[in-house]
Design a protein around this ligand. Structure first.
Ligand code: PEP
Ligand code: CO
Length: 463
């Protein structure tokens, strides 16, 4: 295995630049923050949080940075996925293991089809905070603070539930730790063993239209593995486990700051709540608190890029977040919408390319394709998700850049939240199993189908 990339500290640290500190974001306008009514209660929670153990280590962070650098260079593909928002109730054995199963199955399809290693990053173990379009929600003339995710408040529509509760910061950390602990245990215990892909089967999909194709692929891989082990005369240990990393939108900066730590024998600061935090589209202002916070941490970082970002803004964001152009440091996740990507993406790709930058480009085909249908449900059409992803591959190919990954909202449950896909879900199906408190997710079949479509698309692009 290649050695850890030890780049020089690419960002200001407290010792080399007194202008940055884990708390320096507090001096900047910072959007999407909860309003805490009791400053002393918040301070106490933050002190407690800052004493709790971290959730990830600096060497895992460096390793991921190295893998992301390989993805940017076209040698790997990033699969990043999970819930739009986790809830504390979702922190349960079946939900976590089903989500892991889907990600493992998708990554198997991608590795096999793309003939390329995959970096697996979960949108979980910390995805508890959501940006909202308004600070207040009004129902029947009553206005209350908007639901901002379980790290902040509760979705129920009453004053007590909607209060921003600092204790939730600590509960968020605990639920992240429990999720992470279970995922690590499953993976270390052989759950991801390629010799046993049947561990990842989900009972309800036995009759899925996609099962046959997937089954044939798994059989082929099993035969190849047995052949190689016969040749080697022993089991090949590296097929018994995989690496799995975590990510979340680092939105509530008090939480992120409390988990920003220094570690022995390393310069600078690390966000040790997750391997790979990202800045959401609504909080990527150049002079805002989020960019200020992110520029000072040593993790690989991502930013969501929407259709209204200009080339100039994007270049300035790149300079702020990755001044030294460190391999693997910066990922740009574009989320334009199927109808806008063809217009909006090429000028951005051209500007970044001309500036001599080679970030990891990732397509999020979910967030630009959300719509409300006549029965009131917020949904996404599989056809639009697929169209945006297809178009992303084409636009990158035409621009001389490289699409190195996808960012998806998905679940291993049999939900009916997105329309279309192999079972052609219709608006009438939405009510049957719509469970998301925020954005609609791909269910297992739709996720697997998308992985197969990526393979076909890349295959046809190469031919
Ligand atoms: C999200 O990822 O759930 C989200 C809110 O995305 P975006 O910032 O791209 O709108
Ligand atoms: Co979302």
């Amino acid at each position: 295995m290649a050695s850890i990339v030890e780049e020089p500290v690419s960002i200001p640290t407290s010792t080399s630049d007194s202008a940055w500190a884990p708390a320096s974001w507090r001096g900047r306008p910072t959007l999407q923050q909860p309003t805490y009514t009791d400053a002393a209660e918040l301070e106490q929670a933050l002190i407690k949080l800052s004493q709790l153990p971290p959730l990830v280590t600096s060497w895992e962070i460096f390793r991921l940075k190295e893998l992301l650098a390989e993805a940017a260079a076209g040698k790997r593909f990033l699969l990043q996925g999970g819930d739009c928002a986790e809830t504390f109730d979702d922190c349960s054995s079946p939900l976590i293991s089903n989500r892991l199963k889907v990600m493992l199955q998708m990554s198997l399809v991608l590795v096999h089809g793309l003939q390329m290693p995959v970096v697996r990053v979960g949108r979980f173990a910390g995805q508890y905070a959501k940006p909202r379009s308004a600070d207040l929600e009004t129902r029947d003339g009553v206005s209350l603070p908007s639901y901002r995710g379980e790290l902040v408040n509760d979705a129920a529509f009453n004053a007590a539930a909607r209060r921003a509760d600092p204790q939730r910061l600590i509960r968020g950390h605990a639920h992240s730790a429990m999720t992470m602990n279970f995922v690590r245990a499953l993976i270390d215990g052989g759950f991801a063993d390629l010799h046993h892909p049947e561990y990842w089967d989900l009972a309800w999909v036995r009759h899925s239209p996609l099962q046959d194709e997937y089954g044939r692929m798994v059989e082929g891989i099993g035969a190849a593995l047995r052949f190689m082990e016969t040749l080697a005369g022993q089991p090949i240990g590296s097929y018994q486990r995989v690496d799995f990393y975590t990510s979340h939108e680092a939105l509530v900066l008090h939480y992120e700051e409390a988990l920003t730590r220094q570690v022995p024998r390393q310069d600078g600061w690390f966000n040790l709540s997750t391997h790979f935090p990202w800045i959401g589209m609504r909080t990527a202002q150049l002079d805002g608190g989020h960019v200020e916070y992110f520029r000072g941490i040593r993790n690989p970082v991502a930013v969501k890029i929407g259709p209204s970002v200009t080339p100039d803004q994007l270049l300035r964001l790149c300079d702020a977040l990755d001044p030294r152009r460190a391999p693997g440091r910066l990922t740009l996740i574009h989320r334009m919408g199927a109808d806008k990507i063809e217009q909006a993406l090429p000028p951005l790709l051209a500007a970044v390319h001309r500036a001599g930058r080679a970030p990891l480009w990732v397509c999020d085909p979910m967030h630009g394709n959300t719509e409300s249908v006549s029965n009131g449900y917020k949904t996404r059409r599989f056809g639009n998700i697929r169209r945006e992803l297809d178009c992303a591959f084409d636009v990158h190919a035409a621009s001389g850049t490289h699409l190195g990954g996808v960012h998806l909202e998905l679940t291993g449950e049999n939900v009916t939240e997105c329309l279309g896909g192999a079972r052609d879900l219709t608006e009438n199906d939405l009510a049957r199993a719509y469970k998301s408190t925020v954005d609609p997710r791909l269910n297992y079949e739709q996720s697997l189908e998308l992985a197969m479509l990526i393979v076909r698309k890349r295959g046809s692009a190469r031919a």
